[in-house]
Design a protein around this ligand. Structure first.
Ligand SMILES: [Mg+2]
Length: 236
């Protein structure tokens, strides 16, 4: 029986997906709003729909909820279509697994009481593409995961992960049995209301580091190259 559920963020934590993804996203926004000079929005730790909502609100101001949902859905659909239809070779070529990640996942997979999955702002289709490009899919039980298509607010995603753990593992799971591993401040704060354990990692965008550390994660690693140390942190 699994005692802990490990919820890995994807971008900046497991892998770096390459410029093709952000180019596809911005391309989708420009298709929806031709000629628009895009505002500078930090994508780090935000869900796919959250980014779209931020951009749309910056462009149009207050928007009716249904319209916001429609427009953000349009952007995310176009973005995924661009990546899958036109850029699959770049998706494979540009992905880079971050230091120590395959060895860590291999080591954690040997612990029979740990369940490995993801908690990510990517919609499920995007998450699956990124993990497959990096050859990391076999390590994860994605039926336990939470994705950017579950809710646009990242702080809602741990609730989905907890519900799925309860129904899939067939027992009562407490928030403190969830461990979120991620590279941004949003990873560290999103599960606070459930009392999750947090492990920060310094392999994401350097700009986000200070904010992440200010949230005092339970543990922090520069990267995941010391698998035994990360396992001890998970168990502590
Ligand atoms: Mg990240």
């Amino acid at each position: 029986m699994s005692r802990q559920v490990l919820l890995f963020d994807i971008d900046g934590t497991l892998l770096s997906c390459g410029k093709v993804w952000i180019e596809a996203y911005l391309g989708a926004v420009r298709e929806a709003f031709p000629g628009w000079d895009l505002p500078n929005v930090n994508f780090g730790g935000k869900t796919d729909y959250w980014i779209a909502r931020t951009l749309i609100t910056a462009k149009l101001g207050d928007v009716e909820p249904e319209e916001l949902e429609r427009l953000s859905g349009q952007i995310v659909d176009r973005y995924i279509a661009q990546v899958t239809a036109q850029q699959n070779d770049r998706v494979l070529k540009e992905v880079r697994v971050l230091p120590g990640v395959p060895e860590l996942l291999e080591r954690l997979s040997q612990e029979k009481d740990l369940s490995l999955t993801v908690l990510t702002g990517n919609i499920r289709q995007g998450a699956e593409l990124k993990l497959a490009a990096a050859a990391l899919t076999p390590f994860f039980d994605l039926s336990l995961g939470a994705f950017g298509c579950d809710h646009w607010e990242r702080s809602q995603l741990p609730n989905f992960a907890l519900d799925r753990a309860i129904s899939r593992l067939g027992r009562q799971v407490q928030g403190c049995e969830l461990v979120i591993l991620g590279d941004t401040v949003h990873d560290m704060t999103c599960g606070r209301h459930l009392g999750v354990k947090t492990i920060g990692v310094g392999t994401g965008h350097p700009e986000g580091r200070e904010a992440l550390l200010a949230e005092r994660p339970d543990h922090f690693f520069e990267d995941f190259s010391d698998a035994e140390a990360v396992l001890r942190a998970i168990r502590s």
